[in-house]
Design a protein around this ligand. Structure first.
Ligand SMILES: [Mn+2]
Length: 356
């Protein structure tokens, strides 16, 4: 298992030096915004990030995400051009040493929260979701509200170009049900997985966040059965999961540790985002600290499920709260994520020792 940390490239206020100072942090999961969905990731531009990371003593074996162009998800004739570009991006990042590519197949909206600065009793703030807050909003109103909450920093998944044609895209999705979306997904995977196998990359799909459909748009990556269906679309280790505990766990009926055990046993978890959330009601939760006692998920059971089932991929702490006066990109400050990483280190070390 390798412990890693997300870094936003030169757009990240957190320095690589600080990340390197976190104990047992071997490398980065890089998220850069140089490349729009559908564009080829330029070899030289990407290599510069990798060189910077290496100079700081950090590996870059995971990137998140090479975004999938909406035309691929919608199955439009233009998809083939974007799929060719995707394959070229895979070749380019593989040449720079990347082994895992995180991505998602969520239509229109990526992750979704209704408050990016929900204040907790201890004065820290965090991301939260309350279904009540999106009832009555149009999709465009939701987009405006989310972008307002982000301040000056870019929000991955909410790139302006992706949302530019929102109304047109929503119209097209009226004719796409879950099965059609899955068929479009299969078409995509059948094209790219042979390239992945050739260049040594594992695709890791990020589950829907939160784990249910929004605005009636289909979502097909949030139940154990749906994850099985995805892995069966192309049965290859190159077609794997990014197991995000806070996303999968937002649906209380999803037993996160059981889901991890099932897919880790089959070696189909390429990497994991590990974080906790606290339920406050039906479809109402906030992102707590990683510590089990602060949230609703059993973090020991989660790490044990990974450990017991031979997980040897990459882990990173996921979203953190803003603490100690830090101001930064929602969910991606330094301090609380570093605390989360240290806590996950401790759980893992204890699991290793119990085994001896
Ligand atoms: Mn995640």
């Amino acid at each position: 298992m390798k412990m890693t940390f997300r870094w936003y490239g030169n757009d990240d206020p957190i320095s690589l030096k600080y990340i390197k100072q976190i104990p047992n942090c071997s490398g980065l999961m890089i998220m850069v915004n140089d490349f729009k969905a559908g564009e080829v990731w330029d070899k030289d531009i990407f290599q510069k990030y990798v060189d910077q990371a290496h100079a700081a003593g950090l590996e870059v074996e995971v990137i998140e995400s090479i975004n999938v162009h909406e035309d691929i998800k919608m199955g439009l004739p233009t998809r083939d051009k974007y799929i060719q570009n995707y394959k070229q991006s895979l070749r380019n990042v593989a040449a720079a040493g990347v082994k895992v590519v995180v991505y998602n197949f969520m239509p229109v909206f990526d992750w979704l929260k209704t408050d990016l600065g929900h204040v907790l009793a201890d004065g820290s703030n965090t991301l939260s979701y309350d279904e009540k807050d999106i009832q009555g909003l149009t999709p465009q109103e939701l987009v405006n509200k989310t972008l307002q909450g982000a301040g000056n920093l870019t929000l991955p998944g909410w790139e302006p170009e992706r949302l530019a044609e929102l109304n047109k895209v929503l119209e097209i999705y009226k004719n796409i049900d879950e099965d059609k979306l899955r068929a479009n997904y299969k078409y995509f995977l059948e094209e790219i997985i042979p390239t992945c196998e050739e260049v040594g990359i594992r695709m890791a799909v990020h589950p829907d966040d939160p784990a249910w459909p929004v605005f009636g748009i289909p979502r097909i990556s949030h139940t154990p059965e749906q994850l099985r269906q995805i892995l069966a679309l192309v049965d290859s280790p190159a077609n794997s999961l990014c197991l995000c505990t806070g996303s999968i766990g937002s649906e209380p009926n999803n037993n996160v540790a059981e889901i991890i055990a099932e897919f880790a046993k089959k070696d189909r978890i390429a990497c994991a985002h590990v974080r906790n959330i606290k339920f406050e009601g039906d479809r109402k939760f906030y992102e707590s600290s990683h510590f089990t006692g602060d949230g609703s998920l059993d973090m020991y059971a989660i790490m044990k499920a990974l450990y017991d089932n031979g997980f040897d991929g990459y882990i990173r702490p996921d979203h953190g709260r803003m603490i100690w006066g830090e101001e930064g990109r929602a969910g991606y400050g330094l301090y609380d994520r570093a605390l989360g990483l240290a806590y996950l280190n401790g759980l893992w070390e204890a699991l290793e020792h119990q085994d001896k």
